[in-house]
Design a protein around this ligand. Structure first.
Ligand code: AVJ
Length: 315
């Protein structure tokens, strides 16, 4: 396992993010801190909800197009950013079996990486599996090189960054790519706002618990005293930005102590803290942002319903 990111680095970033986010106006907390063990389990549960279509749709596209991806890329190395989408990985690995020599799952947490890698190595004898603990916003240049790499960034996570950060990220990725490398990018598409809001505000309240989980993470990691039950889940469609925004709305005036940061924060009744944006795309926008990052489209696929997209891009 290659570690470019230690538990200490992560702790430091969390402290910075929470301090800056809670002192800002409006208050924000970045979505990357949802995913402790409980948050990851809640996200898994979200992917099985009727209302949350992205995971199912992306799997449909991958099932249909994995052979095309194999033919177009002839990939020797599959690098997966934000691994953990186990089932989708398997679809790709099986389709690429003819040319693939190594698989490199990259994630900020090493906890689940090793186990997942062992399972995959056992099922694919001859495949070199090299796990990398890294923050793909910071360590792109440290990822293993080689020729004919396919870099997969699935799930629609690209939408969690605002446009400028997205283009910077894609540009950074482009800078590490050479001729023969490809990017496989999963991105959710603009659609009926009612469906979008339901996907992020499900009837069973799983997404609400997932959203509040960030408060539990801060309580544990930074010795804070958030009362998660005093925050309501809010999901709104921002028509101008074309993104879903998740927020936590304080149900009353309250003070929260973040002892680990020596910080006291007041929330007014009704005050909203932004916890996630999840941008939805149109093909033209994806094409334009990839072009701004120095890449061009090699293929663009959607599921039959046109809900989700997979883009294959190259330098
Ligand atoms: C895994 C980041 C793509 O933005 O749809 C699910 C996370 N947030 N429900 C998304 C999420 C609320 C998800 N991503």
């Amino acid at each position: 396992m290659d570690r470019f990111l230690t538990a200490d680095d992560l702790a430091k970033t969390l402290r910075q993010d929470v301090r800056e986010g809670l002192l800002g106006t409006p208050k924000t907390l970045p979505p990357k801190w949802f995913y402790d063990e409980r948050g990851s389990a809640l996200f898994e549960e979200i992917t099985r909800l009727d209302e949350y279509y992205p995971t199912r749709r992306e799997r449909e596209i991958l099932t249909a197009r994995a052979p095309d991806i194999a033919t177009a890329t002839g990939a020797r190395t599959l690098l997966e950013l934000g691994a953990g989408s186990g089932e989708k990985t398997r679809l790709l690995l099986d389709a690429l079996a003819g040319t693939l020599r190594s698989y490199v799952p990259v994630d900020v947490s090493g906890d689940f990486l090793e186990d997942a890698a062992k399972g995959i190595a056992a099922d694919h004898p001859g495949l070199t599996v090299r796990t990398v603990v890294a923050d793909y916003e910071q360590h792109l240049h440290l990822l293993p090189g080689g020729d004919r790499r396919l870099i997969a960034f699935l799930g629609g996570t690209i939408g969690n960054q605002p446009p400028a950060a997205r283009i910077a990220f894609l540009g950074g990725l482009r800078a590490t790519m050479s001729d023969g490398d490809f990017l496989l990018l999963g991105a959710d598409l603009v659609k009926d706002p009612g469906r979008l809001v339901r996907a992020y505000d499900d009837a069973a309240g799983v997404t609400a618990e997932f959203n509040r989980n960030v408060l539990r993470v801060i309580n544990r990691e930074l010795d804070a005293d958030f009362d998660p039950s005093a925050f309501e889940h809010v999901a709104v469609w921002d028509e101008a930005e074309e993104w879903i925004e998740m927020r936590l709305r304080s149900t009353r005036d309250q003070d929260v102590h973040v002892r680990g940061l020596d910080l006291e924060v007041s929330f007014a009744a009704g005050e909203e803290t932004r916890t996630e944006i999840s941008a939805k795309f149109r093909r033209e926008r994806l094409e334009a942002e990839l072009a701004a990052a120095g890449m061009e489209l090699a293929a663009f696929w959607t599921d039959p319903a046109g809900d989700f997209s997979l883009t294959l891009a190259r330098p």
